[in-house]
Ligand binder design. Sequence first.
Ligand code: SAH
Ligand code: SF4
Length: 385
Amino acid sequence: MSELKQTEPNQPKVNLLGLTRAELEQFFVEIGEKKFRSQQIMKWVHHFGVDNFDDMKNVGKELKAKLKNVAEIVAPRVTHFQESTDGTRKWVVQLDSKNSIETVFIPDGKRGTLCVSSQVGCALDCSFCSTGKQGFQRDLTVAEIIAQVWIAHRSFGTPENRGVRHITNVVMMGMGEPLLNFDNVVNAMELMKDDLGYGIAKKRLTLSTSGVVPKMYELYDKIDVALAVSLHAPNDALRDELVPVNKKYPLAELIKACRAYVDKFGDSRRVTIEYVLLEGVNDTFEHAYELIELLRPVPCKINLIPFNPFPHNPYKRPNGMRVRAFQEVLQKAGYVSPIRTTRGDDIDAACGQLVGLVEDRTKRSERWQATIESQVVEVRPAQNK
Ligand code: SAH
Ligand code: SF4
């Protein structure tokens, strides 16, 4: 492909940001260069956050000129950046004239977790999720997914003063259902794991799914990462209501797929079960006992997430006592079940608040637009963050 590009200047340039190591090597072979050269370029792009070939100090003049002809390094524009009083950072990233997404960084002691989006909106319409209320707009490209890590990585300083690794964990828990943008998410996660990319350990790279069962099996065959499953209900009747994809892939199938994940990799790994607590809906003792029974076949820990409210939503966050009572039942049954504390509240960066500003395309989106607009907070413009 690229030989062509050298002779035809009007060919679109290849965005190197979105290429995995194997794809970049292939690209270099195609432009008549040695494979190993691609390693230098990967380091410049992902380790040092460089987006200009001229800044690549150990790359020769001729290669630079050649690359400028056929390639580019382009990340989408950050339109807003905010930092919360608790250190949480949020970026609003403009993908195109109609679509923006949000990326959030959450520091916690030595750990720094980046929450990455995979789609604009989401088609799965879980009843308690503000992203679902937008409807689905479009998938992110590999470059758009990895750019979120690239942008966050760059925001911690220039290559010269960056001695500390700030992003230690990545969770695919931003906007969208990652398994419905399968190939792009897998390639982006390859880059996150790659030593020449971001070197995120497989245990620290988590894909969260609401339970698209066939894609879960496909995932296990393609890449080894940590798995989180958004369960939220201990029986099919309730889960059909809260997580509609359950009607297609009911709990028996989902639990089997979780067990298959643990068996496939054979080490002492566990699935992370996510359970959003909705007052009076799924947070009683009966629900807790039912959950314990359901999860018997699956080695797991259970993250309890008190619901993050947004306007015009029927649900309420249960009070602290109720949450702790639910937790106690699980703990007595031997489960590690931390309560996920809300972070970045002052910048709307908490779970379920990743609304973004999207094109108003669907009926559902129209219905929720007023809600979303009333939530937009004062933000300061991005300054190279
Ligand atoms: N689509 C994937 C990943 C994105 S959602 C999934 O559903 O797993 C990331 C997590 O945030 C999920 O566990 C989701 O259920 C949770 N979440 C969504 N809305 C929420 C809300 N209003 N309050 C608390 N958690 C919420
Ligand atoms: Fe989509 Fe996940 Fe929100 Fe459900 S919880 S609507 S799957 S983003």
